[in-house]
Design a protein around this ligand. Structure first.
Ligand code: COA
Length: 258
């Protein structure tokens, strides 16, 4: 049983809601440990085909790492906090073979912005706000923000956002390419579920290969070579035979994830 998360499975989609609304869903040690376990379940439970990460309450997705845990830490412990979080949660989300979408419903600040960035893509409600305000605390992002944000929005915008600590509105975040779609708060979960149902109708091993290949994005020939290898691997699956046959026979494919 989780104490800081609500987890439910609906039509193959695991909805993970971070549930500390009185602390704006800040990521304390327990949330990190429980998120790690919840994402492990997404990996291992065959009933789960996709996942959504969102925050409880109308105000916040996640307002960052829990600042009340910072005062006692020395340099080695600070490093360990970041390494543990990245390994247990952020890298695991990014590399999950099943799609994980962030449904951002309010403040996504610091570790909250980084949590959204580690998901495969982001939908947001109109009241969402994104930012990396760590410099206000004498800190820098430690859950991958300097890397994922830079990859997504480019060096200059990343520098400005992280150095000023300014927040972006949902619309601004969309214009930066951080958010794919902005909608009303009421539409956010239903539309995210709808997109995941569409993805769930595709061949699961092809979706896994898409995630691996896009995550392996590389400016050098390595990225292209990786894609070529993954493309080839699809030909070893039953689903490719099914998908191509179904197209030629003018019928809907029935994918088995094999
Ligand atoms: N860590 C721990 N507690 C947090 C938190 C965080 N990152 N963000 C918010 N909270 C707590 C507040 O301390 C407050 O708790 P209290 O009611 O026991 O005093 C509660 O959540 C509500 O937050 P509050 O600041 O009163 O709400 P607000 O509407 O005035 O402001 C924010 C909202 C998001 C602008 C403000 O909470 C904030 O700046 N949070 C920190 C963001 C941040 O720096 N994140 C990066 C951390 S590395």
């Amino acid at each position: 049983m989780y104490t800081t998360l609500l987890v439910q499975i609906e039509n193959g989609t695991c909805i993970i809601t971070i549930n500390r609304p009185d602390k704006l869903n800040a990521l304390n040690k327990t949330v990190i440990t429980e998120l790690s376990a919840a994402v492990d379940t997404v990996y291992s439970n065959n009933e789960i085909k996709s996942a959504i990460i969102t925050g409880a309450g109308a105000k916040a997705f996640v307002a960052g790492a829990d600042i009340s845990e910072f005062l006692e830490l020395n340099a080695a412990q600070g490093e360990e906090l970041a390494r543990r979080g990245q390994q247990l949660v952020f890298d695991k989300i990014e590399n999950c073979p099943k799609p994980i979408v962030a449904a951002v419903n309010g403040f996504a600040l610091g570790g909250g912005c980084e949590l959204a960035l580690s998901c495969h893509f982001i939908y947001a409600s109109e009241n969402a706000k994104f930012g990396q305000p760590e410099v206000n605390l004498g800190l820098i992002p430690g859950y991958g923000g300097t890397q994922r944000l830079t990859q997504l929005v480019g060096k200059n915008r990343s520098m400005e956002l992280i150095m000023t600590g300014n927040m972006l509105s949902a619309q601004e975040a969309m214009s930066y390419g951080i958010v794919n779609k902005v909608m009303t708060a009421e539409e956010l979960l239903p539309k995210t579920k709808e997109t995941l149902q569409l993805i769930q109708s595709k061949a699961p091993l092809a979706i896994k290969a898409v995630i691996e290949s896009v995550n392996n994005f590389d400016h050098t020939q390595n990225g292209y070579d990786f894609e070529i290898k993954k493309f080839g691997e699809c030909f070893a699956t039953e689903d490719l035979k099914e998908g191509a046959s179904a197209f030629l026979e003018k019928r809907k494919p029935v994918f088995k994830g094999k």
